[in-house]
Design a protein around this ligand. Structure first.
Ligand SMILES: [Zn+2]
Length: 305
């Protein structure tokens, strides 16, 4: 069977520029999607301009990371200080793409799915962080996409392929988790997410927090979670199945608690003030999806003993 045999660092280097470009596009989405006017939310045909003076940005100033370095972090027209978030998001885009080849088998469905998920989380993390906003225009299509990702295995069930992993050793793997080249860190060739698990993740992700919120509302007379958080859980459930979705929910809640306790103790956070839960869900997703099965079996192991 056809496979690549490049050093992983070389693949990472080849793919990183695409990530930087996607990071640049993420900046456009992060800035424009929360805007009020529908015309301002146009991210497809409207060209880039300085958010401060509206001057169009020259193409060579728009080159990810390098444009910012060239301009020393200031708008060429008005001298507006470009927030550090812009180069940071571009850098993160590059790092996500570079890391993807270490984590998931290149060219596989799960690799593509992981990239889509990571890119969406990058955008949502920053819209939630800066504006407390998780745009529907991203989250609803992601719900559908998550379910669609489970369909190929219905048409070609139980496909396995054999790949050479060196020293005449062969490895049989699920077709939907296998790509053109093995990734050094992906050893958990688990079952692909089924359409049932995906749909259940979608429904429970949306419905579960609705119930929790209703209880919270009875006690505290206020919304505990925003609707955007439910939708985020719903599409993460559609992507990774119902069990990881629950893991992401608890992981996110754990991170939120760990982060807000010191703030509550030092009285920097009042009881009613809000922290962006979506940010914590985004942070919890990677460890749960990648290490979830290992963490779970370790946890169950300690429970039995
Ligand atoms: Zn400007």
């Amino acid at each position: 069977m056809f496979s690549l045999d490049y050093p992983t660092w070389f693949l990472a280097l080849m793919i990183a520029p695409f990530g930087l470009a996607m990071g640049s596009f993420a900046n456009v989405l992060i800035y424009r999607l929360p805007l009020e006017e529908p015309e301002d939310r146009n991210v497809v045909t409207k060209s880039s301009h300085c958010p401060s003076c509206k001057a169009p940005i020259k193409p060579w100033h728009n080159i990810p990371l390098f444009g910012w370095l060239w301009l020393r972090g200031k708008c060429a027209a008005c001298g507006w200080k470009i927030p550090g978030r812009y180069p940071l998001v571009e850098l993160l885009g590059g790092l996500i793409f570079a890391a993807s080849v270490y984590l998931f088998p290149v060219g596989s469905l799960i690799w593509f799915k992981a990239l889509v998920c990571a890119f969406a989380l990058l955008v949502l993390f920053f819209t939630d962080y800066t504006e407390f906003f998780l745009p529907d225009v991203l989250q609803f299509p992601l719900m559908i996409l998550g379910v669609l990702f489970t369909l190929p295995q219905l048409f070609w069930p139980n496909q396995t392929v054999t790949i050479l992993i060196g020293n005449q050793q062969y490895f049989r793997a699920d077709l939907f988790h296998n790509g053109l080249q093995m990734s050094p860190l992906w050893t958990l060739f688990g079952e692909a997410v089924t359409w049932k698990s995906s749909l259940l993740g979608l429904v429970v992700g949306y419905g579960g927090p609705t119930v929790i919120n209703a209880i919270y509302k009875l006690i505290r007379k206020t919304d505990g979670l925003g609707m955007g958080d439910f939708k985020m859980l719903a599409w993460l459930g559609a992507f990774w199945g119902w069990a990881p979705m629950l893991g992401i929910f608890f992981g996110g809640a754990l991170l939120l608690t760990a982060f807000s306790l010191p703030l509550i103790i030092t009285r920097r956070l009042k009881g009613q003030s809000m922290l962006p839960f979506g940010c914590f869900l985004a942070l919890a997703t990677f460890p749960v999806v990648f290490y979830g099965p290992a963490i779970w079996s370790w946890y169950m192991g300690t429970m039995v003993r």
